[in-house]
Write a protein that binds this ligand. Structure first.
Ligand SMILES: [Zn+2]
Length: 487
């Protein structure tokens, strides 16, 4: 038996286990056995042609199987196999790495000497290093969970120019982790709130607010004046956009991402190092990997990962230590384990390889299969969907409907539709015999995405009348029962 480590997003398909044993002499046999034992995993690991999906990487110990013998890679009981899906960053300094331009370093004022004294007495920083920090320009994409600690520590450390790109407004549900913002900031623009907080922390830093959505049209121009890009985004289209724009402009990208208790960090797009696409050439199809809004995130986790990104940024500027280039760090906060995987520059990488096919920025929404933001259609497909108002009317007139809530138990504790039964999405296949295929069934989740998958599944196994509640329990609360709390 060989131990296979299961990442958080795939644990719903392994009965919540974080490690599973399977048998096989090669990685291919092992994965075949794994998907026999846990059939729900199969569509997440393999495409319709039976090929491993390109957004799933498999490691034997710390090596990517693409650089071993792929699925023929032999395994023994002493090996640990990890599945790493993309998750909903002797060191030359930045000026050397990036542009080769040696900028004239600004002098420090007496106030700055006092403020940064704990840096100045360290040989790795010193007056010279602090002047490099003052000369440096860092662009932080996002003023949210990751952007908060990144911006605060870089400001405190004395990075001379800190650009921040964001267009969002502070929401109550942000405060659990986005420590740039406080309760009185709810409803304000994140950038205005961030700027106040950062200028109070260190008025010497030039905080440049870019109140815009980063796009293929503006990214290259936005990146141009900066030395290092810090990726604090939470969605795939922006992540690929930030990666490609970093490669095309030659700016290192201090990458981080978070999901529930698990985080990832690396440094991409340096001159000889790999980029995000060397690891994941293509994004997962929409909906297959949950986002933080759907799956949740431990409030301190962006603190851990964001601080790693800020540390890497400072090291790149100073040109000290060993940057996280060619290494992919995985943090499991629940077990407090840090794992490191090797990452290579892929000569066939579509953007940083020897024959790149991506030579300018593309339409990332389309690339990631995300539909462009259009006003929500009001039409309801009455054969497959039901609105919360219709559901209420039918319940009031005594129709026999079985309501199945496919969210997780902790979401069910926050709010629910009276009379609904909880069967979390991951449990639906094995608990399907608790439902009667002849009943009329209404499935719902928070907003309708997970329940659409549950509805498809139920129909595929012979359920005749399955309706998906449009807009989920949130719509029910908006239209039918405003007394319940939303999340
Ligand atoms: Zn690459």
């Amino acid at each position: 038996m060989v131990k296979i480590l299961i990442p958080t997003p795939l644990r719903p398909y392994t009965d919540k286990q974080d490690a599973v044993d399977a048998s096989g002499a090669t990685v291919g046999e092992l994965l075949a056995d794994l998907t026999r034992r846990h059939a729900g995993l199969k569509p997440h690991l393999y495409n319709e042609q039976g090929k491993l999906r390109s957004f799933v990487n498999v490691y034997v110990n710390d090596e990517d199987i693409r650089y071993l013998q792929k699925e023929q890679t032999p395994v023994t009981a002493d090996d640990t196999v990890s599945i790493i899906p993309s998750v909903a960053g002797g060191a030359p300094s930045v000026t050397d790495v990036v542009s080769g331009v040696s900028r004239t370093l600004p002098e420090l004022t007496n106030d700055e000497i006092k403020r940064y004294s704990r840096h100045l007495i360290m040989p790795e920083v010193g007056v010279e290093g602090q002047r490099k920090l003052k000369a440096a320009k860092v662009l932080c994409i996002g003023a949210g969970g990751l952007g908060s600690p990144v911006a605060m520590y870089l400001t405190a450390a004395g990075v001379g120019t800190l650009g921040i790109v964001d267009f969002d407004v502070v929401d109550f549900s942000n405060l659990q982790r986005q420590i740039l913002h406080g309760t009185p900031d709810v409803g304000r623009s994140k950038l205005a709130s961030a700027k106040d907080r950062l200028q109070a922390l260190n008025p010497n830093v030039d905080v440049v607010a870019h109140e815009t959505a980063i796009s293929s049209e503006n990214a290259l121009k936005l990146f141009e004046p900066y030395d290092v890009i810090v990726d604090g985004t939470d969605n795939f289209p922006t992540r690929y956009l930030v990666n490609d724009a970093s490669v095309l402009t030659g700016k290192p990208n201090a990458y981080g991402s978070i999901f529930r208790f698990e985080g990832q960090a690396s440094v991409f797009a340096t001159k000889d190092g790999p980029c995000y696409r060397c690891l994941y050439p293509e994004p997962p199809p929409p909906g297959l990997v949950p986002s933080c809004a759907e799956g949740g995130v431990l409030g301190v986790l962006p603190g851990i990962i964001g601080v790693i990104q800020a540390t890497e940024t400072i090291k790149l500027i100073l040109g000290v230590g060993e940057p996280l280039i060619g290494r992919f760090l995985i943090v499991d906060a629940l077990r407090m384990r840090f794992r490191e995987l090797k990452l290579r520059k892929d000569p066939d990488c579509p953007v940083c390889g020897t024959h790149p096919t991506v030579t300018q920025l593309i339409d990332y929404e389309q690339f990631c299969g995300v539909r462009p933001a259009a006003p929500e259609p009001i039409t309801v497909n009455s054969a497959t969907e039901i609105t919360s108002v219709e559901l209420k009317q039918r319940l009031d007139r005594g129709d026999k409907l079985k309501i199945v809530d496919v969210r997780e138990p902790n979401e069910y504790q926050i709010n629910r539709i009276p009379g609904s039964e909880l069967i979390p999405l991951g449990d639906v296949p094995k608990r399907v015999n608790e439902l009667n295929p002849d009943d009329e069934i209404v499935v719902h989740c928070k907003t309708g995405g997970r329940s659409a998958k549950a509805a498809d599944f139920l129909r595929s196994v012979g359920f005749k009348k399955v309706l998906n509640l449009k807009g989920g329990v949130l719509d029910w609360i908006d239209k039918v029962d405003p007394t319940q709390p939303k999340y």
